[in-house]
Ligand binder design. Structure first.
Ligand SMILES: Nc1nc2c(ncn2[C@@H]2O[C@H](COP(=O)(O)OP(=O)(O)OP(=O)(O)O)[C@@H](O)[C@H]2O)c(=O)[nH]1
Length: 349
């Protein structure tokens, strides 16, 4: 099979963004004879754009992923890439720069409507031939169409957040990352993970539920209820960091996976979101609040148990005044919640 066709078959055979990234940069690297090809994520934090490598492949080297919890450290302001910054500002499809030693760097932002969150960067030893540009253009079109398709299947249609289906995969990834960084032995059945230093960085899972949401629907109607959900989804996205993951679990329930942060910071970030909701003026509806239950992700717990614990903490928050964020371990050590043996927390959601 001709190698272009082989690469196209490979790219379209994936159901996962990471594998799609790897296939796309491997195809470009080989077919364009590049020195290096990278996928760059373009994140917007409080109005400022940042560039972070997501995957790369160099000549003769295997592809490399940058999907670690501390990958935020790789963030560079877009202003460090002036040509790319101008290209994005003008909504253009490509821009090229020439380095002092004559290499060509080609950036190809992947536009999804008027938004760009991904860009391919190709470093070439000399000017691109028209044939090479043609092949790269074809790969980029397939890559964009497939990104679109994957996004569509992974996202909730009302809020645009990741959906429940995507959650298991993302949580498993986080558990794997945690396993690599968690030296502690497994906790005893039903015991919270107290052995780690209280301020060590870890991953967290938070379940968020809108308070008295039924009353919003009953009083203002479902359309206003839907608008509240969309606005809360926006507040979730602006309150958490780009490397965190926000899901709508269905109804008025959301789940957040927070990457690499200490308990103190997790509490601060979650509380910042909670107060952002509390102080937001929802059109017509006025004030709305949320309750949150959260727990540290342990590599020694099953995803069902992790969710179950966060849900217990949420239930406590709901039953004790709402509009608060409760940490499972704190409730257990304070005697407000009884730790349930791991195999007894299986029935949630
Ligand atoms: N507008 C709208 N409402 C929804 C959607 N999905 C679920 N709901 C409504 O969300 C409400 C959830 O209500 P409950 O589970 O009783 O909880 P609550 O009123 O939020 O009360 P607490 O959680 O105890 O504070 C129900 O009225 C559902 O019909 C949706 O997509 N849009």
């Amino acid at each position: 099979m001709d190698s272009l066709l082989r690469h196209m078959v490979d790219m379209t055979g994936h159901r996962d963004h990471t594998m799609l990234d790897i296939s796309a940069i491997s195809a470009v690297q080989e077919l364009a004879g590049a020195l290096q090809t990278r996928v760059l994520a373009i994140n917007t934090v409080r109005g400022q754009k940042f560039v972070r490598p997501r995957a790369m492949v160099g000549a003769g080297l295997p592809p490399r992923l940058f999907d670690q919890p501390d990958s935020a450290q790789l963030d560079e302001p877009l202003s460090g890439y002036p040509e790319l910054g101008a290209c994005i500002a003008q909504h253009e499809d490509s821009v090229e720069a020439i380095t002092a030693d004559g290499r060509r760097i080609l950036w190809l932002p992947i536009w999804m409507g008027d938004k760009v969150t991904t860009c391919l960067e190709i470093v070439h030893p000399h000017p691109y031939s028209s044939d090479t540009i043609h092949v790269i253009g074809g790969i980029v079109s397939v890559y964009r169409n497939f990104q679109n398709l994957l996004d569509y299947s992974e996202r909730d249609s009302l809020t645009g957040l990741l959906n429940r289906k995507t959650f298991d995969d993302q949580l498993n990834k986080m558990v794997q990352v945690t396993a690599e960084h968690e030296p502690a032995p497994p906790p005893l059945p039903g015991q919270p993970e107290r052995r780690q230093h209280v301020d060590s960085e870890k991953q967290w899972l938070a379940v968020v539920d809108v308070d008295h949401f039924k009353a919003v629907n009953d009083k203002f109607g479902h359309l206003y209820g839907d608008e509240v959900l969309i606005l809360i989804a926006n507040l979730l996205q602006s309150s958490f960091r780009a490397q965190d993951r926000v899901f709508r679990f269905g109804g008025e329930e959301f789940v957040v996976l927070l990457r690499s942060t200490s308990l103190v910071n997790a509490q601060k970030i979650i509380d910042r979101f909670r107060t952002n909701v509390e102080s937001y003026e929802f059109p017509q509806v006025g004030r709305v609040t949320v309750s949150v239950g959260f727990v540290g992700i342990s590599a020694y717990e099953s995803p069902v148990n992790i969710l179950g614990r966060a849900d217990q903490a949420l239930y406590y928050a709901k039953s004790n005044g709402r509009n608060q964020a409760c940490h499972y371990d704190q409730l257990v050590s304070g005697g407000q919640l009884q730790a349930v043996a791991s195999n007894a927390t299986a029935e949630f959601f």
